[in-house]
Design a protein around this ligand. Sequence first.
Ligand code: R7I
Ligand code: MG
Ligand code: MG
Length: 349
Amino acid sequence: AGPASLSRLRGALVAAVLGDCVGGEFEGAEEVPLDSVLKHLDSLDEEAKGSGILEYSDDTAMARCVVQSLLTRAGFDEQDMARRFAKEYSASPGRGYGSGVIQVLKKLSSPQLRDVYQPARDQFNGRGSFGNGGAMRASPFALAFPDLSDVKRFARLGAMLTHSCSLGYNGAILQAMAVHLSLHGALELPQQFISRLISEMEEVEDDELTRMDARILKEADKPFCERLHRVRDLMGRNKVSIEEVISELGNGIAALHSVPTAIFCVLHCLQPRDCLPVSYGGLERTLAYCLALGGDTDTIACMAGAIAGAHYGIEGVPQAWIRCCEGAEDAVMSAERLYMLYHRVPPGD
Ligand code: R7I
Ligand code: MG
Ligand code: MG
């Protein structure tokens, strides 16, 4: 599949849904034996024949709002996107939303609201959330805008509707950039891929607000850059244990402890790994590896799924998995409409 082909867009959107659905099983688990992961993934082939369906969570629910908003408005419209988040939450509040973001979503549904970014700013004593809720739904921005500057700008604004801390929205920028680069085949050269992400994040984090948030939260000066350097170090080693990945990169609910982790999972699984079945393709390896980390498995698998799916294309996604994940068939179709928006094909052509 060539750069930004329909197959790559589909792969990205669909694999993100799969990651969320298959990852839900282990979300919050402290230790996940690889055996349980493989058993869970094996069962998908059987469930596809029966009626078993794995439901998606808030990650996909919000990403679907992003996609629908971008498609309907043919671009970024913060009012429309905020309304869709609020409406989706009130229609299905039980999708596993973060405990803080619920307050934002309730405020966003108020017709009196003047500034749609204000509820997010009020979170956590005015510092805003650093959760990964902005990053988990950032991939569609890379599938709607061909220019990296647009991807960065809109991923940031889209995240700020709920996550106004720089450690939250910068994670969304990083995730969207990783999908953008992967869509263009950048994972063919993994070293260049990670170097490019580092140099882009150097620029993104060269900012007074970022420095201030990092200082308050006792993080490195450029927190995401620091983590990406750790990703690069881990890539250079031929044996890496799950424990080391967790202690170096994290598997938690903060964007800083999950976006670099998702990127590492994709890079690590580009080649076959001894611990994973030889029958697995790259995408299956990536998702299985994310689940084995435990912690915020649905979100890490969702983000890694988008990056890996953009690399392998829809051909790399097992059909049986698509059939038993809620929203996966929808994603196949939405990706086609995003493809037209991305390439600015006029409707009807
Ligand atoms: O970030 P968010 O949307 O949650 C996403 C996660 C994903 O794993 C989903 O799959 C779902 O399970 O939830 O929701 P937020 O409530 O904004 O942030 C998530 C959590 O991060 C909060 O409930 C807090 O525990 C923590 N958190 C903070 N804690 C202290 N100070 C986020 N920001 C702060 C902070 O500034
Ligand atoms: Mg979730
Ligand atoms: Mg999660």
